[in-house]
Ligand binder design. Structure first.
Ligand SMILES: *Cc1c(COP(=O)(O)O)cnc(C)c1O
Ligand code: SF4
Length: 355
């Protein structure tokens, strides 16, 4: 058996097992796990030090998940935007194809916590056929994003089959895969997998690191194999209270991502998902974190800070306070807080700038 499959089989899924590693009372966590399953991979477990550390908070069930927080289970109305069960079609030219509902680690803040891990991951052929039928008859779609669940938990042959079927559709220009395995199950990225993936270029992978502690020698090796297969790597981080909601942590995370050849793409405002309220931060906090990045470190290290507008209305970038207009002049606010005048039109004159 390949190492990653052994590792997947060795994931812990109950509070009792967790109590074998850390001193904790499993009793209050049982009801949480009945509603929202738990799964922690051996690799991710090895990054945990104890109660309340940034890795712990992301994966250990918390009774606060069961509190009636007044939030919706599907805040982005993904189900409403699904023409067939396995597709989410929100934007005209791109679509999310749900590859499964299994992940290596069930993140407690997951925006799809209503479905993730709840149904068995057995391949649902009818669902896939319906999804492909829709893709084939919708020529506007030029970008297919495999997500889930984690598409990399499919075995190589299943994943290859899906990629082959996508590539047979002439109007699909690019394929993206969203996966957390470089963080949670880095052994999943094997040379064999990379040889398979590189047949399907242009193929992009977005991974999901949330804290500098998650960047280990193993995850660096995994990203290196993917990058050497010519796959551009991006990263989507979720802004999480008590995990990464401070400028120093975020800056270090972004810098370390560049060191493993992963380009920061999005920093997501935590969605208002039921059971995840305790992870939410103010938008002001996100803007403060972004202001602490821009100018203070490599521009390559700066993601877009985006809010996924509730109701499925799309992602909107929240830009830092970049300045204000005074007549024909834009006062640009730089990273040191200075206001520097810049002409808005080419024929406006620097000499008439306000003092
Ligand atoms: C995020 C998302 C996409 C991709 O958005 P990009 O801004 O192109 O990365 C597409 N569809 C849905 C439903 C999404 O949530
Ligand atoms: S890996 Fe992604 S889809 Fe899976 S539980 Fe975590 S956030 Fe949700």
């Amino acid at each position: 058996m390949e190492q990653w499959k052994r590792s997947l089989a060795a994931c812990i899924t109950s509070p009792e097992e967790l109590a074998g590693y850390f001193s904790l009372d499993p009793e209050p966590l049982r009801a949480v796990v009945d509603k929202y399953p738990m799964r922690i991979s051996p690799h991710y477990l090895s990054l945990m030090h104890g109660d309340g550390d940034p890795v712990w908070r992301q994966c250990v069930p918390d009774p606060r998940e069961l509190k009636d927080d007044g939030l919706e289970s599907d805040p982005l109305h993904e189900e409403f935007l699904s023409p067939v069960p396995r597709l989410i079609h929100r934007y005209p030219d791109r679509v999310v194809l749900l590859a499964g509902s299994q992940c290596t680690v069930y993140c407690r803040f997951c925006m799809r916590k209503r479905t993730i891990g709840c149904t068995p991951g057995a391949s649902d052929h009818q669902g896939l056929d319906d999804a492909f039928h829709y893709l084939e008859k919708t020529p506007a779609i030029r970008d297919v994003i495999l997500s889930g669940g984690d598409p990399m938990l499919l075995v190589d042959d299943e994943l290859e089959d899906i990629l082959l079927r996508i590539r047979r559709i002439p109007h699909v220009e690019i394929v993206r895969i969203g996966t957390r395995v470089p963080v949670t199950l880095p052994y999943r990225i094997t040379p064999r997998l990379c040889r398979m993936l590189k047949q399907f270029h242009p193929l992009y992978i977005n991974t999901h690191f949330n804290h500098p502690l998650e960047i280990t020698a193993e995850s660096a090796d995994a990203c290196s194999l993917l990058a050497d297969a010519g796959i551009p790597l991006g990263n989507q981080t979720v802004l999480l209270r008590g995990v990464n909601d401070d400028t120093d942590t975020m800056k270090r995370l972004m810098q370390k991502l560049l060191m493993i050849r992963v380009r920061p793409y999005y920093l997501h405002q935590m969605d208002p998902v039921r059971g995840g309220g305790h992870f939410r931060t103010d938008v002001k906090k996100g803007m403060e974190v972004m202001a602490g990045l821009r100018g203070h470190t490599s521009g390559m290290a700066i993601p877009y800070y985006v809010i996924d507008v509730p109701g499925g209305k799309g992602k909107v970038p929240v830009l830092p306070d970049s300045g204000r207009f005074v007549g024909d002049t834009l006062l640009l606010r730089n990273y040191q807080g200075e206001d520097i005048p810049y002409p808005v039109t080419l024929d406006s004159d620097f000499t008439t700038l306000p003092e």
